[in-house]
Design a protein around this ligand. Sequence first.
Ligand SMILES: Cc1ncc(COP(=O)(O)O)c(C=O)c1O
Length: 400
Amino acid sequence: MEQQDVVESFAEQSHPDVLEEFDRASLGDLVEKHETPFMVLDLSEIDYQYKSLQAALPGVKIFYALKSLSHPELLKRLKSLGSYFDLATIGEIDLVESLGIKGSHCLHSHPIKKDKEIKRSLEFGCNRMVVDNIEEMKKFIPYAGQVELIIRVGFRSKQAVVDLSRKFGCALEELPILVNLAKDYGIDVVGLSFHVGSQSLSSMTQANAIRSSIAAMKLMNGVNWKFLDIGGSFPISYQEEVLSISDFCAPVMEALSELPEDIEVFAEPGRFISAPSMIEVVSIVGKAKRGAKIWYYLDDGVYGGFSGQMYDHAIYPLAPLKPFDPTGEFHSSVLAGPTCDSIDVVAEDIELPEMFIGDVLVSKKMGAYTIVSATEFNYYPKPKIVVVEDIFDPETDALA
Ligand SMILES: Cc1ncc(COP(=O)(O)O)c(C=O)c1O
């Protein structure tokens, strides 16, 4: 998505108060205790999202995708809930290992690896790894007998905000070539995987991918198939309402009912579990009238916690903390980040009540693909993360 699109859709939303359901006094208490910019991670929200997804996908083993948010407290909470973990780098292995998570509870889902990354994964005890091409398969010749490979298939999707099959996944027709090559090398292939793209707005691509994978498994009946990994993609509401997780997963479960019973099903959700668990709190540090617009300069922007606006194409629901009259006067405003770069604009052409230096804004659904891709450009430190328990009410999004 181009930056221009982000600007226009923010303007279109013109909802005056996305925080109306929050208890502003409790948010104010946090602001008194912590200097902005900061993010608030509510662990009870993690519980709620994990349990909702598990209820919508009964029998499916959930491997949380660390890449979306890897805060140790979040990982510890998921470990205590019985979650498994999807990892992709040596850094992620080091992190989960330091938290006492076992390699046998993990899956290495990166389709491209250096030899030292394969070695580290095996040393950690994570022997399930993903491949999607011939050259990658060859890297496993020295490890035949030690690994259980999962082949990733690409299924392009126009309904996903981030189409991951553009970059990874073999064509269905290439599967027999890879399977036969593995057989020749004595490498065990035990599963298929796919990721139909992140923030998928319909589950039909996922349901179709499941059916195609089942058909492919049946065709290659000489393989000891153990797993089908249906990836991530489960959506959350940013500006627009998305399907409830149970409605989204219903067609997925229907397709999975056609899978032979002895094949285990894995999912690799990231966003659905982490996104609703964080808010970001920022302050206005500068203000200028430029033409017809009021420019507000915030103490964090797209080089920091709002980096997901660039990389993840997300637009976060955002509003001033101070209560305001939704029927009062609004001004065409720009919210800009603090760095010296002009691309560092969080929202343009947004209608806001007049605000002042020192005023605070709160942005919601900031858990996934935000702080993990933040930089310290201009030596602005990344926003710190305040971990809380039970502060948002997951049913309503309000502070409890
Ligand atoms: C291999 C893999 N698994 C899981 C995920 C998590 O996806 P999502 O956040 O859509 O659930 C990603 C996201 O990039 C991924 O690349």
